[in-house]
Design a protein around this ligand. Structure first.
Ligand SMILES: C[C@@]1(CC(=O)O)c2cc3[nH]c(cc4nc(cc5[nH]c(cc(n2)[C@H]1CCC(=O)O)[C@@](C)(CC(=O)O)[C@@H]5CCC(=O)O)C(CC(=O)O)=C4CCC(=O)O)c(CCC(=O)O)c3CC(=O)O
Ligand SMILES: NC(=O)C1=CN([C@@H]2O[C@H](COP(=O)(O)OP(=O)(O)OC[C@H]3O[C@@H](n4cnc5c(N)ncnc54)[C@H](O)[C@@H]3O)[C@@H](O)[C@H]2O)C=CC1
Length: 413
């Protein structure tokens, strides 16, 4: 028996035996990265068991006493990007398999610079193969191949990745392309690269494992080459099993279970943030907001409040022109251009959206109703004689306040 929460890896699945073997090898690497954690592998399609079955199998390994606010089981998509599988199929499988248990579901692998590092290793290996002449990156153009999705963000992420890999490896040119769903297709991107003057092309599939997509890619490139004599093309390997990607996966698991050293439960890094003249967003204008806004104003922040209703204090600050109050519900673009965010509405779904958007835009955010989903805490703070005392505990605000007050007393003697 183990007292660690089990993990289900939700992989795509493939008919390709080699791809399936790679997927299983990856699961073994994740097991090595998470000693003591029971790891089940499940598939969205084309292999057994399906994700629901894997979730069901993992239930037998739930530890006896999981605190009621913690997950009993973690499911992570073994997918590079968001899309239909991540957003709908896997959540449906989880519902079908979880039998009332608390499941925490994490995000896809990208964007993580370690995944990009592995991609660049595969590409560099193809530039300098053991059995052929080495190509210089600055004589070569890259056509990076993504899966293609109905999710704009996933496709945009592929453009971003192409730019990164192009610059970091030092290619003469870098062209994004997609094997499915959206354009430019691979042949279109190859032609664009040649029209831009390239004669030597490195096609880099950003796929996790071998399978149908990788086979199509070879077929498409071969067909294109028939009509483009004189052009040389190499295709790099898929990412494949990799200890570094298994590490990323292990970190995603730790985020979900809130292991110390990662996310919730980790000590905070206290800083004196200087907010003078900087825009700060406060979502909600009730008790929590009115307690925190005065200190933001003391620090010189430009406070923007978004809330359908405001308590008397915030309403007065707005009348006096000391805060800007938008009398409406939160919308994601409220996070644009701000340096710091307080999610203090009384609607958990709204606070979740606020902290998700702040996370996406890499802006620190205090989530007042569920601090483990935020990226900053509000310390118990007071100033005395030119010294600011700030105390942060671990989600026990009253204790922090007591300690702060004791410290202030000590300062006064
Ligand atoms: C983690 C943290 C993150 C953050 O929000 O910044 C957090 C989180 C949460 N607080 C909750 C409840 C309350 N917090 C207070 C008061 C204060 N809370 C403050 C800070 C922090 N609170 C952060 C660091 C905490 C630490 O150091 O341990 C203070 C110190 C500073 C400030 O807010 O300015 C301020 C004292 C100010 C002063 O007196 O000077 C009161 C009392 C009251 O409101 O009167 C209650 C009502 C219950 C009670 O009395 O215990 C809940 C449950 C919400 C729910 O049930 O939905 C969560 C959510 C969670 O833990 O996930
Ligand atoms: N971290 C902390 O120190 C504390 C946290 N809390 C938590 O914080 C939450 C807020 O507490 P209070 O300020 O006491 O609530 P409150 O009821 O006084 O105020 C809630 C505010 O949220 C606003 N709001 C509602 N829907 C919104 C939307 N769609 N967009 C923007 N704003 C919206 C309301 O208009 C109102 O201004 C509580 O739900 C509670 O879980 C409560 C006490 C202390």
């Amino acid at each position: 028996m183990t007292d660690l929460v089990p993990l289900v890896i939700a992989a795509h699945g493939t008919r390709d035996a080699q791809g399936l073997a790679q997927t299983r090898a990856f699961a073994d690497e994740v097991r090595a990265a998470l000693p003591g954690v029971h790891v089940e592998l499940g598939f969205v399609e084309l292999a057994e068991p399906d994700v629901a079955g894997a979730v069901h199998n993992a239930l037998a390994h739930i530890p006896d006493a999981v605190p009621s606010d913690e997950p009993e089981l973690v499911v992570l998509p073994l997918m590079l990007n968001t899309g239909g599988h991540v957003n709908s199929d896997i959540p449906e499988f989880i519902e079908a398999g979880r039998d009332g248990h608390r499941v925490s579901y994490g995000g896809p692998l990208l964007p993580d610079p370690r995944v990009r590092q592995v991609l660049e290793e595969r590409i560099n290996a193809a530039l300098a193969p053991a059995d052929g002449p080495a190509w210089r990156a600055d004589d070569t153009s890259l056509v990076l191949v993504g899966r293609g999705a109905l999710t704009t963000r996933a496709n945009a992420e592929h453009y971003r990745l192409t730019r990164y890999v192009g610059e970091e490896v030092g290619f003469a040119g870098a062209f994004p392309s997609f094997i499915q769903v959206v354009r430019p297709s691979v042949p279109e991107a190859l032609t664009m690269a040649v029209d831009a003057g390239a004669t030597q092309l490195l096609v880099g599939p950003n796929f996790l494992f071998r399978g149908r997509l990788r086979t199509w890619l070879s077929e498409q490139v071969d067909a294109w080459l028939e009509t483009h004599p004189g052009i040389e093309v190499r295709i790099s390997d898929v990412l494949g099993p990799s200890p570094l990607i298994a590490e990323v996966f292990a970190d995603r698991y730790r985020e979900q279970v809130g292991e110390p050293g990662n996310g919730d439960g980790a000590p905070v890094y206290l800083s004196g943030v200087r907010l003078a003249g900087r825009r700060v967003l406060v979502v909600g204008a009730g008790h929590v907001a009115e307690r925190r806004i005065p200190r933001l104003l003391e620090a010189g922040a430009r406070v923007h409040v978004v809330a359908p209703n405001a308590g008397i204090r915030v309403a007065r600050l707005a009348e006096q022109g000391r805060v800007d109050w938008q009398q409406r519900g939160f919308t994601e673009s409220d996070v644009d251009e701000v340096w710091f965010v307080l999610a203090a509405s009384n609607d958990p779904e709204v606070n979740a959206r606020v902290s998700a958007e702040a996370e996406r835009q890499r802006v620190f955010c205090v989530r007042s109703d569920k601090s483990s989903d935020g990226t900053a805490y509000t310390p118990a703070t007071e100033e005395a004689g030119g010294i600011t005392v700030a105390v942060v505990g671990h989600r026990n605000p009253r204790r922090s306040v007591r300690v702060r007050d004791e410290l202030l007393k000590a300062l006064q003697v």
